[in-house]
Design a protein around this ligand. Structure first.
Ligand code: DHB
Ligand code: MG
Length: 228
């Protein structure tokens, strides 16, 4: 083919994006390294223990590992451990002397996560801090982490963000889950009581001069940003 320069872009929406469909998400998932047998066993055990089947997708886990690795992250703070799935994924992206400090309010979840983390390949890289996110975050020193992952209690996200902007160093990574509000972003009357809080948080972080941040349309929408 002759090397003629095209004037028009392939998609007729300059500066816009290809329209993502369910097929694209299936395509992405089919080209993502699946979770290993250990994490599959963890998920099955969590279901048997009647822990809610809420976790990041394998694609989101891959993206988060890649970001943490690319940023040479050593220390991560996570709000919301649940069964430990995301903490184990993140710990796998850290060097041997790296650490995930993950916070969990419910003792049933904290006990389960501690048990499975102890049997994992990253047992010495994760500490489960039992307590409410706001309370535990306040005990962590300023500039003591390279990255943070906000999950758990959606109305508390603004408070988590303020604390994490204190704890994470300048240039560090801030991630926040569920930007798409459990799929209810455009529902006029969302059934999920936490959906309005996510929508309010999205508007707040988008206008926050302390970060440079963008939503990645993976999983239920993932905010990624750097602390300026
Ligand atoms: C749900 C998913 C999440 O990622 C979360 O943080 C909370 C709830 C859900 O699907 O209900
Ligand atoms: Mg979440």
């Amino acid at each position: 083919m002759p090397a003629t320069k095209r004037i028009q872009p392939r998609i007729n929406m300059s500066a816009e994006s290809t329209r993502i469909t369910t097929d694209h998400f299936q395509y992405i998932a089919a080209r993502t390294i699946p979770e290993d047998a250990f994490l599959r066993d963890l998920n099955a055990a969590a279901a048997a223990a009647e822990i809610p089947p809420i976790r990041i997708s394998a694609e989101q886990a891959a993206l988060m590992r890649i970001l943490l690795t690319a940023a040479n992250t050593k220390t991560v703070v996570e709000v919301g451990t649940l069964a430990g799935y995301s903490a184990i994924n993140m710990a796998r992206a850290l060097p041997a002397d790296g650490h995930v400090h993950t916070i969990e309010a419910l003792s049933k979840h904290a006990d389960f996560a501690r048990d499975w983390i102890a049997r994992s390949d990253v047992a010495d890289r994760i500490t489960v801090h039992e307590g409410k996110g706001a309370d535990v975050l306040r005990t962590l020193p300023a500039d003591s982490a390279d990255a943070a992952f906000l999950d758990a209690d959606k109305p508390k996200y603004p408070l988590y963000l303020d604390e994490c902007l204190r704890i994470v160093r300048t240039g560090g990574l801030i991630m926040a889950d569920n930007a798409f509000a459990f799929g209810q972003l455009f529902d006029e009357n969302p059934t999920d009581p936490e959906a309005p809080a996510m929508k309010a948080f999205n508007d707040k972080i988008a206008a926050d001069p302390r970060l440079d941040a963008v939503i990645i349309p993976i999983g239920d929408g993932l905010w990624i940003g750097v602390k300026k």
